[in-house]
Design a protein around this ligand. Structure first.
Ligand code: TXA
Ligand code: MG
Length: 344
């Protein structure tokens, strides 16, 4: 079967209206889209991904003006924040309005909403018209690596799509890691980051004029069902991922992290460009910046699997930038599972 890939937002909107699933490009990762007001299609998003029903979905809308349809009791500081960040990689968790199907929220009283910054997907939303929302989790099988190209989405999820489902090809995602998720429902209007992304606590705090808490949760405490991306078995390739801090690297370089019993030709390296590749290893990523690291990370993990690498050693960015922190978060979660246990 050939990938049912299209480039027309109008065609994507018609398919969504007919209850089909459409894989959509965003600036972060590709999403598996369905009309938020079509319960059968929303149900298929869960079954296609293999995602548990209590793991809620993000509703994607065309603009900030659409927010009141989905959310209520919106704190005052949200307006200046979304004025600066939307369209963009920031998802807000707010009290859900009565119109939101509990299927989307996993029965919780809150809903996650964002305006994605990809022209094609914004055009799809415009074609759908006022009031439209698209639920779109990352377009990968539950627990696996998110896709940043249409082809990666097809490779990872194509076998689960049905005739009539489509993939809207919008090129390579510019950011490369999922949106920041900000819980805005805390007591006294407190805000907490549930998942780090390209927009960090400092920027949110500055734009909104509020205090922001909750850095990246560590992989070990991330078992809350509210954020499936924070359960252990996420963002995981088939290869076992070993994370290494820069200051753990001694004078012999990263070669010392090759696990016993693994041949160096089965080992790969993901790191900033100033970290040397040991002889015999495969180099999957040599990033000149955190931005480049985030942009290429998921493709690199997929590449390692394609090449049959058993082990990926990932040298973590220091976390001095928002993206550095998001990369650390995803790599810790990718490392929480390995080839032996597989991913859910
Ligand atoms: O960048 C992104 O956010 C991408 C693109 C496609 O928009 N989407 C994405 O969706 O990453 P997904 O489903 O893979 O991750 C959505 C995250 C999950 O961790 C989910 O638990 C959390 O959002 N979430 C959704 N609704 C929530 C809610 N009401 N409260 C807390 N977390 C929520
Ligand atoms: Mg995901």
């Amino acid at each position: 079967m050939h990938a049912p890939t299209i480039t027309s937002p109008r065609q994507a909107a018609s398919a969504l209206r007919e209850g089909r699933l459409v894989v959509l490009p965003t600036e972060t990762v590709y999403g598996l889209g369905a009309l938020a007001t079509d319960p059968a299609a929303v149900q298929r998003v869960f079954s296609t991904k293999g995602r548990p029903a209590d793991h809620p979905l993000i509703v994607h809308v065309a603009s900030a003006e659409e927010l009141p349809r989905w959310a209520q009791t919106i704190p005052d500081w949200v307006a200046p924040l979304i004025d600066r960040c939307w369209p963009g990689p920031l998802t807000l968790v707010l009290e859900a309005s009565a119109e939101v199907d509990p299927l989307i929220t996993g029965g919780q009283p809150t809903v996650a909403v964002r305006v994605p910054a990809h022209p094609l997907t914004l055009q799809v939303l415009e074609h759908l018209g006022p009031g439209a929302g698209i639920v779109a989790p990352s377009a990968n099988v539950y627990g696996q690596v998110s896709p940043t190209t249409a082809d990666d989405a097809w490779q990872g999820l194509g076998h689960r799509l049905r005739p009539g489902d489509l993939i809207l090809d919008g090129g390579t995602c510019s950011v490369g890691v999922e949106s920041t998720i900000l819980d805005c429902t805390g007591p006294g209007g407190a805000a907490r980051i549930l998942r780090p992304g390209a927009i960090g606590a400092e920027a949110i705090s500055r734009f909104a004029g509020i205090e922001v808490t909750g850095e990246a949760q560590s992989a070990s405490d991330g078992t809350t069902p509210r954020v499936p991306g924070s359960t252990a078995s996420h963002y995981a390739p088939r290869a076992a991922v070993i994370t290494v801090e820069r200051d753990q690297i001694g004078s012999d370089g990263v070669a010392e992290f090759l696990p016993a019993g693994v041949h160096r030709s089965d080992c790969a390296l993901i790191a900033a460009s100033d970290v040397d590749t040991p002889p015999g290893w495969t180099r999957l990523l040599a990033a000149a910046s955190d931005r480049e690291y985030a942009h290429d990370l998921y493709a690199a993990l997929r590449d390692g699997d394609r090449r049959g690498c058993q082990v990926v050693v990932a040298v973590l960015p220091t976390g001095s930038t928002e993206l550095g922190e998001a990369i650390r978060d995803r790599l810790h979660r990718a490392a929480a599972t390995g080839s032996a246990s597989g991913s859910s």
